[in-house]
Design a protein around this ligand. Structure first.
Ligand SMILES: [Zn+2]
Length: 204
């Protein structure tokens, strides 16, 4: 079933996603693209991509090329920034409308988002209802277990680095941002953590 994730497992399970915040920034995109191709720890890194924002002159053609590449390599999702490319949380209007609109934008271009993650971790009842109605799996919650329609995001880069040297939680959903990869120390920390995580957990 598309909208559910196998989570009944004897040992720890893990999944990794990237908030692709700067899909049109060549440096950030280049780092993400290489990382996703390299599959650190054996993980298919889920791209949670922010669609191009025409109000800020973002180039749709280049965006589409990149989004299609990311979606060809791993499951793929929508990352909504409600206000601007650099301001994730909403400042007005009906946030659920933007989720519907952006999902439609992706689908009209042949992209099939499986996941959703609200920018700045924002959500509300109407957004949750829209996400469920659109058949997307919600990665916005920051705790809890995976289940039908939900795949909580549990570990930042720092939390992941600490978690992998201890008894592993039963469920780890690690996330990072594309721009984290521009920092050499963060990049190495991520690769090292994912190498350990990949050995210790079952990938879901
Ligand atoms: Zn974001």
């Amino acid at each position: 079933m598309r909208n559910s994730v196998p989570f009944e497992s004897a040992g720890p399970v893990a999944v990794v996603s990237c908030h692709v915040e700067r899909p049109l920034d060549d440096a950030a995109w280049g780092r993400f693209e290489r990382l996703q191709r390299r599959r650190p720890g054996g993980f298919d890194v889920i791209a949670l991509i922010r669609p191009p924002d025409p109000d800020y002159g973002e180039d749709e053609a280049r965006w589409l090329e990149r989004a299609r590449l990311a979606a060809s390599r791993a499951r793929f999702g929508l990352h909504t920034h409600w206000t601007s490319p650099t301001h994730a949380r909403p400042t007005g209007g009906d946030p659920s409308e933007r989720v519907r609109h952006e999902t439609q934008f992706l689908r009209e271009r042949g992209l099939d988002p499986v996941y959703f993650c609200g920018g700045g971790w924002y959500t509300d009842d109407a957004v949750r209802a829209a996400v469920a109605e659109l058949g997307l799996i919600d990665c916005t919650p920051r705790s809890g277990k995976p289940g039908p329609g939900v795949l909580p995001t549990t570990h930042s880069l720092g939390a992941l680095a600490r978690a992998v040297v201890r008894p592993l939680p039963r469920y780890v959903h690690a996330y990072f941002h594309d721009f984290d990869l521009l920092d050499v120390r963060r990049r190495y920390a991520l690769s090292a953590s994912l190498a350990v995580l990949g050995r210790r957990a079952t990938k879901i």
